[in-house]
Design a protein around this ligand. Structure first.
Ligand code: PLP
Length: 273
């Protein structure tokens, strides 16, 4: 398998980054997951804008977006898959032990793997831990992902595919790798970015295409919402059929099913919306 590292394609088996890369030792890195359909990336411009925003948020140098585009095209050509997930990882790079920052320039890795279309509906849990909407990393897509790994493990133990967080003031925030929407009296609502959630690209497209409102919601809205759905690059729009012990029979409900149809249609017609 070919991946992109150090400015060109390399064999995965022999590609090497330093064991003292700060992405590994202190999580000083950012990433993007980009869907690729028939060898073409979806919404790449939006992903590259967010990559730059995340880099600036961490104080990393701006990524060379021409190189990232070339890298995506090269790995997609080398590893053709009908439905793929491109993973762009960009870290602070090598730094001697104890150094604050890598001092040899950043590391850029781009790889692609095959993925499957998501099931139409899934189960989620809520977790007792919080997203810090005022933290330094709020809204940045960093490789400091361990909290999500812990929450996802709990979800999977309970037969769910996603775990939802509230923020520090008890507002509904987001999932480990998705944004959350609820339907109340026929209207679609999602927490605002100020809640501490990631500015998801699928979220933004769904808000634009369905007229969903950005609303402060408390976590307990999940106990009374008529419908709940998730959005993310790999889920697109996905209905929720169970939240903790609460079943939502018939998911996807009518409003979610319409949002799914609109998303599939619009995304199918425009690869870089
Ligand atoms: N929230 C978090 C924490 C994420 O990691 C992701 C994506 O991985 C999302 C939301 C959804 O964002 P997007 O639609 O851009 O994939």
């Amino acid at each position: 398998m070919k991946i992109w590292l150090d400015g060109g394609l390399q064999d995965l088996e022999s590609a090497r980054v330093s064991v003292l890369d700060h992405g590994l030792t202190v999580g000083d890195g950012i990433f993007e997951t980009v869907k690729a359909v028939d060898g073409r990336p979806f919404a790449l411009t939006r992903h590259l804008d967010r990559l730059t925003r995340s880099a600036r948020g961490l104080g990393l140098p701006d990524p060379d977006l021409d190189e990232v585009r070339r890298a995506c095209a090269a790995v997609l050509e080398a590893e053709p898959v009908p439905l793929g997930r491109l993973r762009i990882t960009y870290t602070g790079g090598y730094g001697p032990l104890g150094s604050d920052r890598g001092d040899q320039g950043p590391t850029l890795v781009v790889a692609v793997g095959a993925t499957k279309r998501r099931p139409d509906a899934t189960a989620v849990i809520t977790v007792p831990w919080t997203r810090n909407e005022r933290g330094a990393l709020a809204g940045l897509k960093t490789t400091s992902y361990a909290e999500n790994v812990v929450a996802l493990a709990r979800a999977s133990q309970q037969g769910a595919s996603e775990a939802l967080f509230a923020n520090t003031v008890g507002q509904l925030c987001e999932g480990t790798g998705s944004n959350v929407f609820v339907v109340l009296d026929g209207e679609i609502h999602t927490p605002p970015v100020a809640s501490g959630c990631l500015a998801g690209i699928t979220r933004a497209l769904t808000v634009d295409w369905t007229g969903a409102k950005e609303t402060d919601l408390t976590l307990d809205v999940l106990e009374r919402a008529d419908e709940v759905f998730l959005t993310s690059t790999l889920r697109d729009v996905q209905a929720v059929r169970r939240v903790d012990g609460r079943e939502l029979p018939g998911a996807p409900g009518p409003v979610t099913a319409k949002a799914m149809r609109i998303f599939d249609e619009r995304a199918g017609n425009d690869l870089d919306p």
